[in-house]
Ligand binder design. Structure first.
Ligand SMILES: Cc1cc2nc3c(=O)[nH]c(=O)nc-3n(C[C@H](O)[C@H](O)[C@H](O)COP(=O)(O)OP(=O)(O)OC[C@H]3O[C@@H](n4cnc5c(N)ncnc54)[C@H](O)[C@@H]3O)c2cc1C
Length: 408
């Protein structure tokens, strides 16, 4: 191939891993991100693992300070604070924005274009280049097109014959609070552990992370899963003007009655430490939990990666590692056969579809305990109702997701 141009649609985790890895492999990459500013403000914690840290290194990402908060222990306790289970499990917990900043810094800035909303796509063929059109009317073409445009991917919709996204039957409320502002009792319980509690239809977990730009600042990140019917969900996604935000509602548009209800339910159903975090978080983020799968990750010159291909529920904590592993598999698929883009993409897809499906399946098993009415999951409901099993299997690295060959 005389020219090696890659257009990458989506400049978040998957897009930035792909851009950095392909750039280092000699591709002329252009990231097209529809947002107007770099996405460093998404307030959430990310559980890292050995595979993800190795992938960051391969992508050329460097960090002067620690990647995140180092924890050793996991605990589960009940509403009264009685310890139900504990285990040693060293992990580094980071902030979404911290990780994104590190990846952005690794890429030459001229390779990253903001306000570039892709509206139409032609995936090309063996003889035709792939082409995208932006909302501005500008048209761009390349030998390779990487669709890293997330769970609502328009490339998935326009080009791939993938099944619709499925609602899992529950939502997550997410809260983030400065550790130092919490009461001494809550800091003692949640301040230095990966902590879990659950009750029928409810599961809550939390862990400390480092602030995005200030490594001295420690925050407590909490995710509270709640069984929620589709009708209830539609109501929660409808703002005060009556407008439905089916693709997700921004925190400031959530009706105050739902925030108040969540905080009041927390004070009744959960240990007071959880209720305190939920009450003192400056905002609550509502996350709709979904499953998304596909049978193919390639079409013409287009490759589908990250959440655009598969979304595994957050219980496995593999979203970023999977997006990065897809990016590595894609880059490596071109080793030695750079002339045949279509054959390389077919190899990439054959390797990564089973991995994506595996992550989705494991996440469904873990989530079944919250929404236990899905056929075929009864034994998993019992399994993960046991706190020992829950704390051992949640957000741990899954074999193969990072696409690294390990020495055994
Ligand atoms: C509660 C919760 C907790 C989680 N915890 C973890 C965890 O601990 N560990 C972990 O690894 N993962 C976790 N995840 C999952 C992780 O956040 C995602 O899997 C990951 O962000 C996927 O990255 P992506 O780049 O594929 O998609 P996204 O991050 O969704 O990025 C898609 C990008 O594409 C852009 N875009 C979309 N359409 C267009 C367009 N038409 N033109 C141009 N740009 C476009 C968007 O603006 C966005 O920047 C969690 C998720 C949730 C909900």
């Amino acid at each position: 191939m005389s020219s090696k141009r890659a257009l990458i649609v989506g400049g978040s985790m998957g897009g930035l891993f792909a851009a950095n890895l392909l750039h280092r492999a000699g591709w002329e990459v252009t990231v097209l991100e529809k947002a107007a500013s770099p996405l460093t403000s998404r307030g959430t914690g990310i559980v890292t693992n050995d595979g993800l840290r190795k992938l960051l290194e391969m992508a050329g990402a460097r960090y002067a300070h620690e990647l995140g908060y180092a924890l050793d222990e996991r605990i589960a306790f009940d509403r009264e604070g009685k310890l139900l289970a504990s285990c040693k499990l060293p992990q580094i917990l980071t902030a979404w924005s911290r990780l994104l900043r590190i990846l952005l810094d690794a890429l030459p800035p001229e390779r990253y274009r903001l306000q570039s909303n892709v509206v139409t796509i032609d995936p090309g063929s063996a003889n035709e280049l792939a082409r995208v059109t932006l909302a501005s009317g500008e048209s761009l073409e390349a030998e390779l097109l990487v669709a890293a445009d997330g769970v609502r991917s328009i490339i998935r919709k326009q080009v791939f014959d993938a099944p619709p996204i499925e609602y899992a039957g529950y939502v997550a409320w997410r809260a983030l609070v400065d550790r130092g502002t919490l009461s001494p009792e809550t800091q003692a319980l949640l301040g230095n552990a990966f902590a879990f509690s659950q009750a029928p239809g409810e599961q809550i977990l939390g862990y400390p992370i480092l602030g995005a730009d200030d490594a001295e600042r420690v925050l407590i990140n909490v995710v509270w899963y709640r069984k929620t019917s589709a009708t209830q969900l539609n109501d929660m996604l409808t703002d005060i003007q009556g407008q439905l935000h089916a693709d997700g509602i921004a925190p400031h548009l959530i009706r105050s009655e739902f925030i108040q209800q969540a905080r009041s339910d927390a004070s009744i159903l959960l240990h007071p430490a959880w209720a305190e975090v939920l009450a003192s978080s400056p905002e609550l983020i509502l996350q709709v939990i979904v499953d998304s799968t596909t049978t193919s990750m390639h079409k013409g010159r287009a490759a589908l990666i990250g959440d655009a291909a598969f979304v595994a529920r957050p219980h496995v904590g593999q979203g970023v590692t999977k997006a990065a592993g897809d990016a590595l598999a894609l880059t490596q698929a071109f080793d030695g056969t750079e002339d045949d883009v279509l054959a390389a993409l077919a190899r990439f897809s054959a390797l990564r579809v089973p991995v994506g499906q595996f992550a989705v399946d494991q996440a469904r098993r873990l989530g079944a305990v919250i929404q236990p009415y899905q056929a075929g999951f009864t034994s998993w409901v019992e399994h993960y109702a046991q706190p020992d099993n829950l704390i051992r299997d949640t957000a741990v690295e899954l074999e193969g997701v990072a696409h690294l060959v390990r020495a055994h």
